[in-house]
Ligand binder design. Sequence first.
Ligand code: NDP
Ligand code: GUE
Length: 284
Amino acid sequence: MTAAIIDGKAIAKDIRAELKEEIEALKQTGMTPGLAVVIVGDDQASHTYVNSKERSSKEIGIHSEVHRYPADYTEEKLLQKVEELNNDDRIHGILVQLPLPKHISEDKVIDAIAPEKDVDGFHPVNVGKMVIGKDSFYSCTPYGIIKMLEKENISLEGKHVVVIGRSNIVGKPAALLSLMHNATVTICHSRTKDLPAITRQADVVISAVGIANYVTADHIKPGAVVIDVGMNRNDAGKLCGDVDFNNVKEVAGAITPVPGGVGPMTITMLLFNTVKAAKAKSAK
Ligand SMILES: NC(=O)C1=CN([C@@H]2O[C@H](COP(=O)(O)OP(=O)(O)OC[C@H]3O[C@@H](n4cnc5c(N)ncnc54)[C@H](OP(=O)(O)O)[C@@H]3O)[C@@H](O)[C@H]2O)C=CC1
Ligand SMILES: Nc1nc(=O)c2c([nH]1)NC[C@@H]1CN(c3ccc(C(=O)N[C@@H](CCC(=O)O)C(=O)O)cc3)C=[N+]21
């Protein structure tokens, strides 16, 4: 059996086309959604992501601004900038690119973002609302996975979802959103014993570890859905996920590729959340 390849790029394109129409309608009412991205430091990969976010925003008509600062920018100045953006009426969404340089507390910066502008869904208020099952801004990567499965007509109801990874931005919210969709959820991490025995019980495996070729064919139950969040470089310097794609695709029922799977959905949900924030503001 060869798995169906889930085309995240195509699904992302469809959702972005829907958002574009929605933005055109909003503009008719005098509202242009605005996104501010803040990046500190000179990490090349981070700059590439940020440029891609800016391009994608502009393509669908979002007002987009990027604030770039050197690696020695102070925490105090960054907090001031966030405050300024909190009070800027043209801006509905604020994203501070992570990771930040070591001398800046990520927690402090995330806490400083107004929850109604936190389109990353990282602020404790938004995380807390998600935990108690309320509508809020959900973290873009896990939310993108949920949307992708919906578009593929893969229901999570009653399914055993095994999430590998428990970070605040991917693993944990992926588990909670799966639970919200009535899955039975297991969370695995670096202290988990006999991981393959657990993942082999899964109807859906979501891997967010950050190790190339970590998930191999013997981890997967025949026919299971495999979602690869990992963004790694292999020995040849090529972008790859956590999953040994060529071998796993012979066992799985459906699988997401890297690139072209979860990544494009992440950016799409950032745009989705920005439009959502703008609509909430205009409804006030
Ligand atoms: N496609 C996309 O849009 C995005 C992709 N990513 C990518 O996803 C991956 C994960 O990101 P993120 O969650 O931020 O990473 P973190 O490093 O914060 O978390 C990794 C998680 O994997 C767990 N882990 C590490 N080693 C093992 C192991 N040997 N066995 C089982 N679990 C293990 C860790 O466990 P423990 O908690 O015990 O340390 C941790 O919970 C990265 O490759 C990242 O680049 C991230 C964001 C968006
Ligand atoms: N505040 C904050 N919010 C984030 O959402 C955030 C962040 N910080 N820091 C870094 C991670 C990583 N991340 C990705 C987004 C898109 C792709 C993506 O589009 N990937 C493409 C390929 C890109 C390429 O070719 O290099 C793909 O998978 O097809 C990847 C990774 C968001 N993150």
